[in-house]
Design a protein around this ligand. Structure first.
Ligand SMILES: [Zn+2]
Length: 177
């Protein structure tokens, strides 16, 4: 199937109304593929980008605990400066950081079973970070922060090595385009 990365017809979620913070991996093969994906949501010059090896897993892994704080410190600045109302977590297949942080379990083959296992792991870590961002923003409001400013939503995605993306829906099902 031809992938329409720039057509909104293939984006089965509401477009962001304000600006976006994109969390991606550092993987050199996919940096260029992130741009058309973001442009497809009409986000040219409307997103901040944070790059962590392993994307969501990079933020929450335990080998470099400071990365967690670095992420949330930058999230705070992005929200305060740039009207960020959506965070996009972009995971990707064949991520070297998964193998680094998870060992043998973080290496995946190309069989349907392995691809499913890989997707499941990305979903797990992406939604773990999703939940932590939600809690973080809820705490900001509880501590007296601006409720509108900290009304931040999170969407999780998985990119393959061709730059094609699936949306990891909150209900656990997939939506590819
Ligand atoms: Zn990676």
């Amino acid at each position: 199937m031809e992938i329409h990365r720039t057509s909104s017809n293939f984006r089965p979620y509401p477009p962001p109304r304000k600006n976006v913070l994109l969390l991606s991996c550092m993987d050199l093969r996919l940096i260029d593929d992130l741009v058309p994906f973001m442009e497809g949501d009409n986000l040219t010059n409307r997103y901040d980008q944070l790059v962590f090896a392993g994307s969501a897993l990079g933020v929450i892994q335990q080998d470099h605990e400071s990365w967690y704080d670095v992420f949330f410190q930058h999230l705070d600045i992005a929200v305060q400066l740039h009207q960020i109302q959506d965070v996009y977590i972009m995971e990707h297949r064949d991520c070297g950081a998964y193998a680094k942080f998870l060992g043998q379990n973080g290496k995946y083959g190309d069989s349907p079973h392995e691809l499913k296992r890989e997707e499941k792991d990305h979903r797990k870590f992406a939604f773990q970070l999703h939940d932590e961002i939600a809690s973080h923003c809820a705490r900001k409001i509880a501590d007296g922060g601006d409720a509108e400013m900290w009304d931040v939503h999170v969407r999780c995605f998985l990119m393959d090595l061709r730059g094609s993306v699936i949306w990891l829906k909150d209900d656990g099902s997939d939506e590819a385009w």
